[in-house]
Write a protein that binds this ligand. Structure first.
Ligand code: NDP
Length: 454
């Protein structure tokens, strides 16, 4: 397998890394286990101090880390800087609130007295994607280090310098050896590692295929697993939406991170009364986006994460068109070097067409017109995914009523699906299970031990 940095703006490979041998991995698992025996005995204050140190180092090195993100997966530099800030915030958040979240819960049983104590469970394996190389890791690692668990991290093969930089941050913060360990191994080997007796839980963010592979192993060896997979989030526009603000958010919702967010707004559903107004403004805004070098501060849309990702997306669009979809804007690879795809809008989508069912991980919006609110909800729920959704209306009670009827893990009113340290994140259906971030995220890999006194 190849573990390498290939700049998607030029498609040139700039650095390659060696996959770790079985012996090296065995040594690292043993170190993580050894570190657990000590780390679980440390105080919450000690753990919080380490998390704060990592957060501070991230902020100090923000510019360098953000450039590494942009080099390896093409995120626009200002957004990469935003990702580092968000990741540092997540470390601080769990340092500040972790002890409170994990405090004993006193029960009121019919007989005797009892409490629930949250204890760490051991070494955890994280399998993480390239789309937010620091944030995805932060939201898994920060709560679990606070719990007292230790971490082995298999990062996506296209972001090895980000992976190494994360491990380096822990070393610089003087974390004990084995607390956070980067593994340069293939996805297949990560799946196989789940069987190791020392590994007590696994968390994966990525595709359904990779999630299923990990879940099969976790099921076979009876390990706890958290999966955050794909999404096909709707962005519903009702007749009473504030149109200019809605269009601004539609652009951000679809194009943030060059269109490669699991919670990106992917299916735009407008009611008839305002559909024409919305689509005209949305198309106009997308067609004016400045496509180019993600390091250039003027750029609004950069490349996809890799040439393979761009080829795959262009193929999904082509298959959809062959099956009857219409192209309202773009529709092809951009005529330039690098992993670029034109900003694209597809219409005339129906069941049976690829874009109706599949996640389009890039700057391609699917546009639907429906008669009314009820039809919008039915279309929203006609998906195998259930990650996020958003509803644009000036009637907040109406928005909440619609939120109740959408089968998704998160519904945002007048904002695309978003993330912050103190809001839970996760989905339903084929988008996965478990929750990350907020108080919920810290309770996924703990032993909720009952202690009862007679
Ligand atoms: P993958 O799911 O392949 O990659 C995510 C992580 O899983 C990487 O670390 C990858 O390693 C690892 N992995 C891959 N196969 C396995 C396996 N069999 N067992 C264990 N781990 C595995 O995502 P891709 O990069 O291929 O992207 C494909 C699609 O996945 C996207 O188009 C998008 O739809 C979805 N995706 C969703 C994300 C999200 O945020 N929910 C993030 C990224 C992708 P390696 O890199 O070595 O293959």
């Amino acid at each position: 397998m190849t573990i390498q940095t290939t700049n998607p703006f030029t498609n040139k490979t700039v650095k390659s890394f060696k996959e770790m041998t079985e012996t090296a991995v065995e040594g690292k698992v043993a170190k993580a286990q050894e570190a657990f025996t000590h780390w679980k005995e440390t105080t919450y204050q000690h753990r919080a101090d380490l998390l704060h140190k990592v957060a501070t180092l991230m902020r100090v090195k923000k510019s360098e880390l953000a450039q590494t993100i942009t080099l390896e997966m093409g995120k626009i530099l200002s957004q990469a800087e935003g990702e580092i800030d968000l990741s540092a915030d997540i470390f601080d958040y769990y340092a500040n609130h972790g002890e409170k979240f994990l405090a004993d819960k006193v029960l009121d049983p019919e007989y005797g007295t009892a409490l629930i104590r949250n204890s760490p469970i051991g070494v955890l394996l994280g399998v993480m994607p390239w789309n937010f190389p620091f944030y995805q890791v932060a939201r898994f690692v920060a709560p679990n280090i606070m719990v007292g668990n230790t971490i082995l991290l298999k990062h996506a093969s296209i972001v090895p310098q980000c992976a190494a930089a994360l491990e380096e941050l822990f070393a610089e913060a003087e974390a004990p050896e084995g607390l956070y360990t980067n593994l340069f191994i293939s996805g297949k080997r990560a799946s196989a590692l789940v069987s190791d007796k020392r590994i007590k839980g696994v968390s994966l963010t990525g595709s359904e295929e990779a999630g299923a592979s990990i879940a099969i192993e976790a099921g076979k060896y009876l390990k706890k697993v958290v999966l955050e997979l794909g999404g096909n989030d709707v962005f519903i526009i009702l007749e009473d939406a504030d149109m200019d603000k809605t269009v601004e958010w539609a652009v951000v919702g679809r194009m943030n991170n060059n269109g490669q967010c699991c919670v990106a707004s992917k299916r735009f559903i407008a009611v008839e009364a305002i559909a024409d107004t919305f689509i005209k403004k949305f198309k106009d805004a997308l067609s004016k986006m400045k496509v180019g070098d993600p390091m250039d501060p003027d750029t609004e849309l950069g490349p996809l994460s890799s040439e393979e990702a761009a080829v795959e997306l262009a193929d999904q669009v082509k298959r959809s068109v062959d099956q009857g979809a219409k192209v309202l804007l773009g529709g092809k690879r951009a005529d330039r070097e690098g992993a670029f795809m034109e900003p694209t809008i597809l219409t005339n989508l129906k069941p049976g067409i690829a874009a109706y069912h599949e996640e389009l991980f890039g700057p391609v919006a699917s546009f639907y017109v429906v008669k009314d609110e009820e039809a919008a909800i039915a279309l929203a729920n006609d998906s195998d995914f259930g990650l996020g959704a958003s509803v644009f209306t000036q009637d907040i009670e109406r928005g909440k009523r619609i939120a109740d009827q959408i089968d998704a893990g998160m519904v945002f009113i007048n904002h695309p699906t978003w993330t912050q340290a103190d809001l839970p994140f996760g989905g339903t259906k084929r988008s996965g299970f478990g929750r990350e971030l907020s108080e919920l995220g810290i309770h996924e890999f703990v032993n909720k031990k009952l202690i009862r006194v007679s």
